[in-house]
Ligand binder design. Structure first.
Ligand code: HXC
Length: 283
């Protein structure tokens, strides 16, 4: 579906692009010919990531920028630096996030604020600076926000700041998709289910027993693979999706569908026994 020129001529900034899913998406975009800018807080991580991305192709330009997305002033300066270095900027992926497990009654205001600042304020800061650059220069562009399956509908126990922050980002996605459509700016989201990374899993899935339960509740009985996520991100950032905006695409192996009232039956006994039981119930 994708070729080495699917994203040619586009420069894309990926926040938190130095590791995990951000780096996976950066590599996926690079394979499709995009120039890549990544930002994050840790210089060493960014430097290593840039050389990994550059190894994919000599025909693209890759750069890193030290920035904490919570800092609006720094983010605005960074967008100007990227435009100066690359000549233009066509895409932004708001991937940088913060999260940890905590009973909500034990959260401190500082803990709640830390996550909301990274997830919600960070996404706003980057979107605001990038959006202004596009609007002032009468350029089209695409914004992709990485949210979660619990941002919509359910919320989520033990990760309250993340649930609130990501719900806000989803609201921002839809609000701006409408408001900025007339400027030719598309704003979409991806809601990934479980895609294990060191950063997320060390904070969210510390025990083996948790891991087993996690996999068991996914109908496909496996985690997502990074390439599956980067393929979806590539599609949404590309000119293959010019009429898609305000959409949040779930990619989770069916995990979010657990709420189906009779879904639990699947785990009660093997399928052949279930079928025999259903047969015995027929009038
Ligand atoms: C309770 C905690 C805590 C913990 C930090 N805090 N960790 N509270 N439990 N485990 C509190 C601190 O006590 C402090 O509050 C406040 O949070 C800020 O802590 P700092 O360490 O000073 O902040 P900072 O260095 O900015 O770190 C931010 C962070 C950290 C969010 C706390 O975890 C981080 O940098 N994370 C980035 C990477 C990450 O989280 N990746 C996973 C994203 S996964 P006080 O009150 O003492 O000042 C994701 C996907 C979800 O989002 C979907 C999965 C399926």
């Amino acid at each position: 579906m994708f070729t080495s020129d699917t994203l040619q001529g586009k420069t894309i900034l990926i926040t938190g692009g130095g590791s995990g899913l951000g780096l996976a998406m950066a590599k996926g975009f690079a394979k499709c010919g995009a120039n890549i800018a990544i930002c994050g807080r840790t210089e060493k991580k960014l430097e290593e990531a840039v050389s990994e991305i550059q190894n994919i192709s000599e025909d693209i330009k890759v750069g890193w920028y030290q920035a904490d997305v919570r800092d609006h002033e720094r983010v605005t300066a960074m967008i100007a630096e990227i435009v100066e270095d690359f000549g233009s900027l066509e895409g932004l992926v708001n991937n940088a996030a913060g999260n940890f497990l905590s009973a909500s009654e034990d959260l401190t205001p500082g803990g709640f604020k830390a996550v909301i600042d990274i997830v919600l304020h960070g996404s706003f800061n980057c979107t605001h600076a990038f959006g202004n650059y596009l609007i002032n220069n009468e350029k089209n562009g695409a914004i992709l926000n990485i949210v979660t399956t619990y941002a919509e509908g359910t919320g989520c126990a033990f990760v309250l700041p993340s649930a609130c922050g990501k719900a806000g980002v989803l609201a921002m996605t839809r609000s701006l998709a409408f408001e900025w459509a007339e400027y030719g700016i598309r704003v979409n989201a991806i809601a990934p289910g479980p895609f294990p990374t060191e950063g997320a899993w060390s904070r969210l899935v510390p025990e083996k027993v948790m891991e087993e339960k996690f996999i068991n509740k996914i109908p496909m009985k496996r985690y997502g693979e990074q390439e599956e996520l980067s393929n979806l991100a590539t599609f949404l950032m590309s000119d293959m999706a010019p009429y898609i905006t305000g959409e949040s695409v779930v990619i989770d192996g069916g995990e979010r569908l657990q709420a189906g009232q009779f879904n639990f039956i699947n785990d009660l006994m093997p399928r052949d026994k279930l079928k025999a039981l259903f047969k015995s119930m027929r009038p």
